[in-house]
Design a binder for this molecule. Structure first.
Ligand code: FAD
Length: 434
């Protein structure tokens, strides 16, 4: 009888202990799940939830919440566990490392491009990186594959294929013109030099491409890359300046000319070779996108802010939702009455410090932020702002100056002008387990 009682007691203690462990585990899981839910809500408010390009898609039936995808991802808060399954949080921050794809033990992750709602334009390229126009090749991010390593590899391979094709034209001033000096363009230029091609590289801004404009210093590379004329690069974690310095030194050592501030406007096939037209003078500005609204031709309308310190006591309208618009609004705010109008519901893909600064300025009443609005017309002393979509409420406001930052020409517009075939991808798999 005594042993039975002892046994019951022991089993009860073990049962209670296990129950406590399970309850604590479930409570922790619930807490973490709520945290992820809050992050998703914030991501939606800030426009970071919807992916812009490459992103992971989790098969909810196969995911067993090991969390391996989250630990493997070099970025932060792209993925999280909610209600026992992995889910995306700030999907627009995904740059396609593919580490989650490789880490998942149940192969529950597929890397996709675009979504059902938001398609991504991609040019047609064959396995040689050649487009529908023979002689024009596309490598790197523009072809849909993110990451420095991939861009470098594709730039190198594209030139290998150009060399193999062996087409040279006696009338052409150059064997090869590389458009853009990002990682793909740098690698292509180096490989062209290695193969003794007479090559010119034209860059509309500054050497380094997206890397030069990184809002952060840290760069992560999940595997080594092969840089022509330099060899294997094993930089797993480096800084933006270290990488830029390395590229500059390899370029200098090999006497390679990269013409910065030279925007290629179009490429025209001509007599068996190509005529490449660049924008003369200050190539950096490109062609600012216009709103095409009444009054846009007035002198008080500008597409860049040159000397903010000279502008004071004015009623200013800044249009746009990118870093340029926000930075301009912040520069003008202390001495002027600034309205910032953006057609979107939230800013997406802006530098985190700009997000913080603009929130602070709005809170202090320094900037009057009007989200979900469209500038409809501009007059000498007034403007008309419409809220919501078409047919929304219209407001007339006093105005002295208008700054429009609606972006430049999209790469797809440039590609279309050249005659390259483009297709919209709505969530197509780029990396998928068989
Ligand atoms: C915030 C952020 C962080 C990232 N972090 C990492 C990371 O840690 N590790 C990693 O591997 N990758 C990272 N990436 C991705 C990586 O930067 C890109 O995949 C890579 O830069 C692609 O290289 P690319 O040469 O194809 O294109 P880009 O770097 O975009 O270069 C294209 C170049 O072409 C120029 N150009 C375009 N049109 C014209 C024209 N008409 N005439 C002349 N020039 C033109 C542009 O000015 C640009 O310099 C990150 C991306 C972002 C946005």
């Amino acid at each position: 009888m005594e042993t039975l009682f002892e046994n019951i007691l022991i089993y009860s203690i073990v049962f209670v202990f296990c129950l406590v462990v399970v309850i604590l585990y479930l409570r922790r899981q619930k807490r973490n799940s709520n945290l992820v839910e809050e992050k998703i809500l914030k991501a939606k408010q800030e426009g970071l939830y919807e992916p812009v390009s490459l992103h992971p898609v989790v098969d909810q039936n196969t995911c067993i919440q090991t969390g391996a995808c989250i630990s493997a991802c070099p970025e932060k808060d792209i993925l999280g566990i909610r209600n026992g399954k992995a889910t995306t949080i700030n999907a627009s921050h995904c740059i396609g490392h593919g580490a989650c794809f490789n880490a998942c033990p149940t192969q529950a992750i597929t890397l996709c491009i675009g979504t059902e709602k938001r398609g991504v334009d991609l040019p047609h390229v064959n396995y040689n990186f050649e487009t529908n126009i023979p002689g024009i090749y596309i490598a790197g991010e523009l072809g849909g594959m993110g990451l420095i390593k991939n861009a470098v590899e594709q730039g190198r391979q594209a030139v290998e294929n150009i060399v193999k094709a062996g087409k040279k034209h006696h009338k052409a001033a150059y064997d090869l013109i590389v458009v853009g000096a990002g990682p793909a363009g740098i690698s292509a230029s180096l490989n062209a030099k290695k193969h003794n091609l007479n090559c010119l590289t034209l860059e509309q801004e500054t050497l380094g491409g997206t890397v030069f404009n990184f809002p952060r210093s840290k760069i992560v590379m999940t595997s080594p890359m092969d840089l022509p004329l330099h060899g294997k690069l094993k930089l797993y974690e480096t800084s933006k300046s270290e990488l830029l310095d390395l590229w500059k030194s390899v370029i200098q050592k090999n006497n390679i000319t990269i013409k910065e501030n030279s925007k290629v406007e179009t490429i025209v096939p001509e007599d068996g070779h190509f005529r490449v037209e660049t924008l003369g003078g200050d190539g950096r500005q490109g062609s600012p996108r216009k709103l095409n609204i009444p009054g846009e031709e007035l002198e008080k309308v500008a597409y860049r802010l040159l000397e903010p310190e000279l502008i004071s006591g004015k009623e200013v309208m800044v249009v746009g939702g990118g870093d340029s618009a926000i930075e301009s609004a912040l520069l003008l705010a202390p001495n002027n009455k600034v309205i910032l109008s953006y057609r979107g519901e939230a800013f997406s893909r802006i530098k985190p410090q700009n997000k913080e600064k603009i929130d602070e300025a709005v809170e202090k009443g320094l900037v009057d932020m009007r989200l979900n609005t469209n500038l409809e017309s501009i007059e000498q002393d007034e403007i008309t702002l419409a809220s919501g979509g078409e047919g929304g409420e219209k407001t007339r406001l006093k105005n002295d100056l208008v700054y429009i930052f609606a972006g430049g020409e999209l790469p797809t517009q440039f590609l279309k002008k050249v005659g390259l075939q483009i297709t919209k991808k709505f969530g197509e798999a780029v990396l998928k387990h068989r």
